[in-house]
Design a protein around this ligand. Structure first.
Ligand code: NAD
Length: 336
């Protein structure tokens, strides 16, 4: 099988590539990534010379390039992880989110249709469902009601995937997962940001009252779920993936401080994110009952291992936070 993974130099994509390269030595895995600020080939240093792995630099919204790549490689499976993924950045600069997340998806769908791939899998997010009150869960039937430019662009992409299935019979799946955490998570996101700031004795910026609730999914459990959907997911279906680990942001921050032996006085409440969704929670019953998925990680165990990973891989994150990211960080939090 020849497999295209787009966005494979990012957080989840790189974990997925490592999982696939090890688990399926007979598959050829091609990683296509534009290497934006979030793409980092050092995420894959340990596997870059494996015979069943290859990296190609490129943009999913570059139509001629994508069609040529599909012509040359004749992929069996396409998994689209490539995206602009940070909600805060989508609030200050939405346009690139539409270009990559919506147009880029449509370009890939066209190529998948022209070259008759066996399966196209779109990696989406629970954020397309909008926000929940104190109770209830997102199921695959929950109407789409995205609230940020990021989630709107992901919802737009999901609808195109659905349309290519309904209109052209393209064999597709969509997965919608909750917040991932684990190794190689880019330092702008909540968990790595808090770990790194705590290690550096810098303030930990927490939005609003800190009571927004997220459902945390270990990235290794996510990779296993995607593997199942790719191989045995019913064509045309959507599958929700959630860790059943609901935590308020402030709870997460306190666990990190406790694990690192740091004081809660480092917590600094900052102005809330515009349009900040209050609660996300996933009902993953379909994935469990129909495809037999079982997550391995409890949040308590997963967060300990993740903190340990950041302690063991200082070079990885120090390289990132010393570059352009530093300017972004200062712009984002200096006014608060
Ligand atoms: P990430 O930002 O870490 O990685 C995205 C990758 O896509 C980067 O390597 C980047 O260089 C690449 N990319 C961006 N634009 C591109 C383009 N035009 N062409 C080719 N490559 C491009 O993101 P992530 O956290 O790994 O998320 C992966 C996918 O999972 C995304 O589609 C995201 O919407 C979805 N998702 C993520 C989470 C999460 O908690 N991280 C939750 C739900 C859904």
């Amino acid at each position: 099988m020849k497999v295209l993974v787009t966005g494979g130099a990012g957080f989840i994509g790189s974990n997925f590539i490592r999982y696939m390269v090890d688990k399926y030595p007979n598959y050829q895995i091609v990683n296509l990534d534009k290497l934006t600020y979030a793409g980092n080939l050092s995420n894959l240093k340990d596997i870059e010379n494996k015979p069943n792995y290859k990296f190609v630099k490129g943009d999913i919204s570059d139509r001629p390039f994508i069609h040529q790549l599909f012509e040359d490689e004749q992929f069996d499976y396409v998994l689209n992880f490539a995206a602009e993924s940070h909600v805060d950045r989508s609030i200050s600069d939405p346009e690139i989110f539409i270009k990559t997340n919506v147009l880029g998806t449509q370009v890939l769908l066209d190529a998948a249709k022209t070259y008759q791939v066996k399966k196209y899998l779109q990696i989406s997010t629970d954020e397309v469902y909008g926000t929940l009150g104190d109770t209830g869960y997102f199921t695959e039937e929950t109407p789409l009601a995205p609230n940020s430019p990021y989630s709107a662009s992901k919802a737009g992409a999901d609808l195109l995937v659905r349309a290519y299935h309904e209109t052209y019979g393209l064999p597709v799946n969509i997965t919608r997962c909750s917040n991932n955490y684990g190794p190689y998570h880019f330092p702008e996101k909540l968990i790595p940001l808090m770990i790194i700031n705590a290690l550096n004795d810098k303030p930990l910026p927490v939005y609003g009252d800190g009571l927004n609730v997220r459902d945390w999914l270990h990235v290794f459990d996510h990779c296993q779920a995607i593997d199942l959907v790719l191989h045995i997911g019913q064509v045309g279906e959507v599958y929700n993936i959630g860790g059943n680990n609901e935590r308020t942001n402030i709870e997460v921050v306190k666990v990190i401080l406790k694990e690192l032996g740091k004081s809660e006085s480092l917590i600094k409440f900052v102005d809330d994110r515009l349009g900040h969704d209050r609660r996300y929670a996933i009902d993953a019953t379909k994935l469990r009952t129909k495809l037999g998925w079982k997550p391995k990680y409890s949040f308590e165990e997963g967060i300990k291992q993740t903190i340990q990973w950041y302690l063991n891989n200082k070079d990885w994150w120090e390289n990132i936070i010393s570059g352009d990211y530093q300017q972004y960080y200062e712009k984002q939090y200096s006014k608060r």
